[in-house]
Ligand binder design. Structure first.
Ligand SMILES: O=C(O)c1ccccc1NCC(=O)[C@H](O)[C@H](O)COP(=O)(O)O
Length: 261
């Protein structure tokens, strides 16, 4: 079994347990359900830099990245740096994240927050809204076209943006539909952890113009962003490059200042 299959198998058990602890009607009663979400796609369309900075303590590919920071400081630092949005990993077992991280980030900043999660069930979408997210991630590698349609349409009905992530042509072709806002190309193969920015470059021309193109993973240089912009990308998801430092906000600021030169 590859790591992605393991993560999904664990996630199914986790979601089943959560449903018995906090019911859907209880989630739907959260005051956050009334909050008007901020569109990340709209912010990216207007931005010159397009940085989406990630809060990421550890990962299956790198193990520990940074466990010494608190999420409020990181979120405020990223917002002060001028990022377009923040990706908050909420998976506990593989990434050391939690829904508490999302709530604390929400309490700290007003910019768009992406719930970075392995979403396989409608419950997790309502949960994302109830805990303060503006955007959800759907990963084509773990969902059928029918599931992508059902989950993305539910997200849109709650006012959330949808970032659909692909890694190859087959995943892209099966996923294109009007209920998506952003098409993300993950440069990391989630089954082997191999990273290549060529994945974004190769798939770019097959992404219809209606979607904001986001390049994800393995981005660490200004040169890479400038090159990817040439392929039509307007969003750049960066985790480890900022989180491996003592001050991810300062690191993001330095990066964005350099991009703006
Ligand atoms: O990062 C991993 O090791 C990983 C492994 C298995 C599934 C997902 C994984 N990462 C999720 C992401 O998409 C990245 O955290 C995100 O794109 C940022 O990547 P990076 O800038 O390389 O930290």
């Amino acid at each position: 079994m590859n790591i992605l299959d393991k993560i999904v198998a664990d996630k199914r058990k986790e979601v089943d347990l959560k449903k018995s602890l906090i019911t859907l009607p209880q989630l739907e009663a959260s005051v956050m359900m009334e909050r008007t979400s901020v569109s990340l796609a709209a912010v990216l369309r207007k931005s010159n830099t397009g940085i989406i900075a990630e809060h990421k303590r550890r990962s299956p590919s790198k193990s520990v990245i940074n466990q010494n920071l608190n999420v409020q400081d990181v979120a405020k630092g990223y917002a002060d740096a001028g990022v377009c949005g923040i990706s908050v990993l909420t998976d506990g077992k593989y990434f050391g994240g939690s829904l508490d991280d999302l709530v604390l980030a929400r309490a700290s900043v007003n910019i768009p927050l992406l719930r970075k999660e392995f979403i396989i069930d409608e419950y997790q979408i309502v949960e994302a809204k109830a805990y303060g997210a503006d955007v959800i991630l759907l990963i084509a590698a773990i969902l059928s076209r029918e599931e992508i349609k059902t989950l993305s349409e539910l997200a849109k009905s709650l006012g959330l943006d949808v970032l659909l992530e692909v890694h190859n042509e087959e995943e892209l072709q099966k996923s294109i539909m009007p209920s998506l806002d952003m098409l993300g190309v993950n440069n990391r193969n989630l089954k082997t952890f191999e990273v290549s920015l060529d994945t974004s470059k190769t798939l770019s021309e097959q992404i219809p113009e209606d979607f904001v193109k986001v390049s994800e993973s393995g981005i660490s240089t200004i040169g890479a962003i400038q090159e990817l912009k040439g392929f039509g990308y307007q969003g750049f998801l960066i985790g480890e490059n900022f989180m491996k430092t003592d001050d991810p906000g300062a690191s993001a600021k330095e990066f964005i200042d350099e991009l703006n030169k």
